[in-house]
Design a protein around this ligand. Structure first.
Ligand code: TGC
Ligand code: FAD
Length: 393
């Protein structure tokens, strides 16, 4: 059976251009032919399938919306979203690799880098010849990055960087890290730290039960001498990394729909084939309830996210609108993964089906790029005008 049907209950295909559909279908075919057959094995081994990097670059997964003059594909935001959807349909870890490279590494270099930095890094990142990572989170500062302690000081012709980052996707294999650190005045800046710089290490975080086909690690800086030309000159303050998160969270909102689609497809097919009490389990009302609610939630998420994509292409999408979609869609996908797991009965816990892998992956997705509750509080702040994150009294 074809594992790659795509629910489109409200005919969203009519809203996409031919080019958007062509690129989506190309990524779908690529994922089906190249990622699907190996992903379960790599997740079981807890290993990132590095051999996919050139192919991912080829289909435009690295920097789809970065202008062509810098090696990107110059595509619109809906196409970027559809690419993320198709990658996450197979595995959130592969979408993570593409999110980080595109929105957290190429985006800040494109937006806030000098022309020299853009030319030095972006074409290689687009081709997958260089891998990047993004260091914002620290051991003691996750939801609250403004409290970060990683810092740099002026030391003549270079900066001296000290501190540590934790939970960094791709850090052990990255050639360049976009590191957010405070200067002597406590102002946050982005620094481009390259593999091999003295005093810089990136140990792998082992033992994850989630995103096992994605590599995660730390970034440790012990008096690292960073050349002054490696500071991103275009923007400082917490708004600089948060604006990159807007782009990544937007992609995740689309990606989560992909994971949900795969769980739904699998549950629908399984329920029609699996016989209990002499009838397909799809004939039982309680199973139909689960399936009907799944397709309803997927359809609502598709519409929300399509509209968000239009707003983003028009330059009008707000951080709070992105938060709403990220939070809604990831929770939706997680719930669908859990219900789909039940429909598969005992088979649902095996690697024979992708359900349990999606479910475990989504436990990270619901936490990273702003936790479920932080996004709720961003909506709360937006509608009331009152931030509730810290007690300022
Ligand atoms: P707050 O006072 O609200 O804002 C500080 C400054 O930033 C400005 N700002 C933004 N600017 C641009 N874009 C945005 N989205 C912005 N949001 C805020 C804001 O105007 C302000 O500017 P200024 O000039 O006044 O200084 O900041 P806060 O410290 O109160 O924090 C707010 C909060 C909690 C919402 C924020 O810290 C937050 O979003 N926390 C969650 C942290 C997070 O999402 N970390 C993600 C790390 S990366 C990751 O997880 C990658 S996973 C990768 C993968 O594998 O896919
Ligand atoms: P905490 O901030 O300690 O939160 C713990 C709990 O407290 C959560 O439920 C949270 O919602 C709640 N909480 C916190 N503050 C409040 C509040 N004010 N009100 C109510 N509840 C609150 N980071 C990067 O910088 N780069 C990466 O590439 C990256 N990749 C990641 C990959 C993986 C697999 C994972 C798991 C994480 C990754 N992260 C990355 C880190 C991620 O962004 C953080 O885990 C996330 O922001 C939450 O931070 P924390 O884990 O420290 O949790």
């Amino acid at each position: 059976t074809d594992r790659f049907q795509a629910p489109d209950y409200y005919q969203l295909d009519e809203l996409y251009t031919d080019e958007q559909k062509l690129i989506r279908d190309t990524v779908r075919e690529y994922a089906k032919a190249n990622i699907s057959p190996i992903i379960e094995d790599f997740a079981q081994k807890s290993e990132y399938p590095k051999q996919l990097i050139p192919g991912l670059a080829e289909i435009g997964a690295f920097g789809p919306y970065i202008p062509e003059q810098y090696g990107g594909a110059g595509l619109d935001q809906i196409t970027y979203g559809l690419i993320m959807q198709e990658l996450e349909r197979v595995d959130s870890g592969i979408r993570s690799a593409a999110s980080v490279q595109s929105s957290l590494v190429m985006y800040p270099i494109w937006k806030y880098g000098s022309e020299e930095q853009r030319m030095k890094y972006l074409p290689k990142l687009a081709k997958g010849e260089m891998i990047g990572c993004f260091g914002l989170t620290e051991p003691d500062h996750g939801s609250n990055p403004s409290g970060m302690i990683t810092n740099f000081k002026d030391n003549g012709d270079h900066y001296l960087l000290n501190g540590a980052k934790m939970w960094i996707t791709n850090s052990p294999i990255a050639d360049v890290a976009v590191v957010w650190a405070k200067n002597e005045e406590g102002r946050i800046h982005g620094l481009l730290v390259e593999k091999g710089m003295e005093g810089f290490t990136a140990p792998e975080t082992k033992g994850k039960w989630s995103l096992r086909a994605s590599i995660t690690g730390e970034l440790v800086f012990d008096n690292v001498k960073v050349p002054k030309e490696n500071l991103l000159p275009g923007r400082s303050g917490l708004g600089a990394p948060l604006s990159c998160l807007d782009s990544a969270r937007y992609g995740i909102a689309w990606g989560a729909i992909g994971a949900a689609m795969d769980c739904y497809d699998s549950a629908l097919r399984y329920s029609k084939e699996r016989i209990q009490f002499d009838r397909p389990i799809a004939s039982f009302q309680l199973v139909q309830k689960k399936l009907a609610e799944m397709i309803t939630e997927i359809t609502k998420a598709q519409l929300l996210t399509w509209r968000l994509g239009v707003l983003r292409d028009e330059g009008k999408a707000t951080t709070a609108q992105i938060s709403m979609a990220k939070r809604n869609n990831v929770e939706m996908a997680l719930k669908i993964a859990r219900e789909a797991r039940q429909i598969h009965g005992g088979m649902g816990i095996t690697g024979e089906y992708s359900i349990m892998r999606h479910m475990m992956n989504l436990e990270s997705v619901v936490t990273y790029e702003g936790t479920h509750d932080i996004h709720l509080l961003i909506t709360g702040m937006d509608i009331t005008g009152i931030p509730s994150f810290r007690n300022d009294g």
